[in-house]
Design a protein around this ligand. Sequence first.
Ligand code: ATR
Length: 267
Amino acid sequence: VARFAVIGQPVSHSKSPRIHAQFAQDCGVELQYQAIEIEPRQLADRLRELHAQGYAGLNVTLPHKAAVAALCESVSERAQLAGAVNCLIRTDTGWRGDNTDGEGLLRDLARLGIEINGQRVLILGAGGAARGIIGPLLEAGPKLLVVSNRNPWKPEDLAERFKAVGPLVPRTHLALKGDAFDVVINATSAGHSGDMPRLPPGLLAAGAKCYDLSYGIASEPFANWARKQSAAVVEDGLGMLVEQAASSFELWLGQRPQTAPVLAGLR
Ligand code: ATR
């Protein structure tokens, strides 16, 4: 039986084992998928061990997404740009790193009917989560893509990093005053401490749609803000979690599982 796992620290709460078990069942594939806790200082050794033990693929979660990239034999272009790897594919001699987070977001936005093409799009936050989604968002053809952050130099760095893909406008949250957006995506980690970035009022155009990369309780502060600003649509990132998992499954096994039943089961 082909073996897979998600590696992280902590990792016991991960939904990935459950998601992949259901994908496998629905696709009629036999596989084993575990959650394996790894300390950062043991990452290189453990990756070699898991390869020697015959694992066919790994998902990577916090805090290893950036560090794993440097330990791969090769890395896809999109993972390189994201500066992060969330999916490892076994080769004969090591691991190939890829990143399915951005693709997962785009697929979930499509599922929800949230259009990016031709729209004015705002990303809140300029950390690792934002870096993972900017490439695919730029490729989707927004009229305007702005990344805003509390700390002003991080958006500037991101604009420089992605300039070959497309124009990304860097801002601080406060400098957004007077702008209006059709789609707002929360990529900050503020919700994990029950917080929400401080934003000027009036950022949402009529009919604006709001999406949080977080899900569960961490997505509540942004959802509350979005509702107060009269957003037409407010969504969390549980669908993205399932879609990025499906993209990993597809990279490993060559078939794309249905995501709707798994998402319904998680809700
Ligand atoms: P992740 O991988 O989740 O993106 P990260 O790289 O540490 O984590 O980035 C966290 C992001 O959330 C940053 O954009 C951070 O803003 P700063 O760069 O200004 O610190 C943002 N963030 C976290 N807590 C926040 C808060 N309470 N208010 C506003 N922004 C916050």
